[in-house]
Design a protein around this ligand. Structure first.
Ligand code: FES
Ligand SMILES: [Fe+2]
Length: 386
């Protein structure tokens, strides 16, 4: 992969200027990787792009409180993550270098994981040893894991470390409201298409956004940007009791401005409401950053990072903070149910689809998905999760 000279641009928060992100794994030459290794003419190890060039969220840190190994997938490859007694995290591919047993079925002692089959040991730094064969001495690639926003994040050992604050676009005044995740038994492209448009809102969702009576008056903007795309929907918010509790009026204009980025793949949805007849904004605004993580070719996990801004009525903060992750999670469950049923057998091929105005972001996102994120990486089938 050729090194890219330009720096990746992170999507700005609405109303802000774009800022340089600088954490893109795509900027750097890949020197070592776990799969598809090969020697260049100069003899240095060079390999194909991998999604681990980018920092990905793995799971809530709460899930790894003990020394029990945790298995997860990225692009069809299984990884095992474990935490030693000192609290340090370690990660390697979940495939014993001896005869490929799952290390996640083994146990942890100090910083090492032991394979359940012949008790080979893989230390946190990747060094391997065998109790029956003292001559075994080599290392497997390890992956960096760190904690941020109550989440564990991983990347390839040699990939550039991102500045923590770039993992979730934030600015003064926005407050962190928590995280959530939803796993969908659907391919990445089908999931991403769904999250690239709001046209389905009246029929798939019951809370956020407009209802069927208002579909003809939806205002839509779309533009290609340095970081990917910017899409804005404006429409009359439908009546909803839960949103009334969050200070949203029935006649308000619902505004959803979302920015999609591809290094790695994520979208931030900025949702706010304007009072009728231009009487100003409602006090509540939310920002939900969603990472779309392809686990296997048929399974995608969405990791959500929520923020909110409350410009008045601050006494409502505890309710707002608790409600946002729940309400957003509920909306994502609506999408999951739909994609896992009506889209179960749908081909993801754009050819032959009658793509219209609201689908314009989909065509661009597909292109950028391949150019900037996948870069030729195939999302493999993976094995069944333990
Ligand atoms: S397969 Fe892991 S030790 Fe043999
Ligand atoms: Fe949806």
């Amino acid at each position: 992969m050729a090194a890219r000279k330009s720096k990746a641009i992170a999507a700005p928060i609405p109303g802000e200027q774009a800022r340089i992100n600088g954490h893109s794994g795509a900027q750097v030459r890949v020197r070592a990787q776990t799969k598809a290794r090969g020697k260049s003419k100069a003899g240095s190890i060079k390999s194909a792009p991998s999604l681990t060039d980018f920092t990905h969220p793995v799971c809530s840190a709460k899930r790894i409180k003990t020394e029990k190994p945790f298995r997860f997938h990225l692009a069809g490859i299984a990884y095992v993550l474990w935490r030693d007694r000192s609290g340090a995290y370690h990660c390697v591919e979940d495939e014993c270098p001896h005869r490929r047993a799952s290390l996640a079925c083994g146990h942890v002692v100090q910083d090492a994981i032991y394979c359940p089959y012949h008790n080979w040991r893989v230390r946190g730094d990747g060094q391997c040893a065998s109790p029956s064969d003292p001559e075994v001495s080599f290392a497997v690639p390890r992956f960096r894991v760190f904690e941020h926003l109550g989440y564990l994040w991983m990347r390839r050992d040699e990939a550039p470390e991102p500045a923590r604050e770039t993992l979730m676009p934030a600015q003064p005044g926005w407050k962190f409201a928590g995280t959530a995740h939803v796993t969908m038994n659907a391919p990445l492209e089908i999931v991403m298409d769904n999250f690239s448009e709001n046209e389905h809102v009246p029929w798939i969702h019951a809370g956020l956004g407009w209802d069927e009576a208002r579909v003809a008056s939806v205002d839509f903007e779309f533009e290609k940007t340095d970081w990917g795309s910017r899409v804005v929907y404006r429409a009359q918010q439908r009546p909803n009791l839960l949103f009334r509790l969050l200070l949203v009026g029935t006649d308000d204009t619902y505004i959803n401005e979302f920015h999609s980025e591809f290094e790695p793949l994520r979208t931030t949805y900025y949702i706010s409401w304007e009072k009728k007849d231009g009487r100003g904004k409602r006090p509540l605004a939310t920002a939900s950053t969603v990472y779309f993580v392809p686990e296997t070719d048929g399974r995608t996990t969405l990791h959500f990072f929520f923020q909110y801004r409350l410009s008045a009525l601050r006494f409502l903060e505890p309710i707002v903070k608790r409600s946002i992750p729940f309400l957003a999670w509920k909306e994502a469950i609506d999408d999951k149910r739909f994609l896992e049923s009506a889209m179960q057998d749908a081909s993801a091929d754009l050819k032959g689809m009658k793509l219209r105005k609201f689908d314009r972001p989909i065509a661009l996102h597909r292109k950028l998905l391949h150019e900037r994120y996948l870069r030729g990486t195939k999302i493999g089938a993976g094995s069944a999760p333990h």
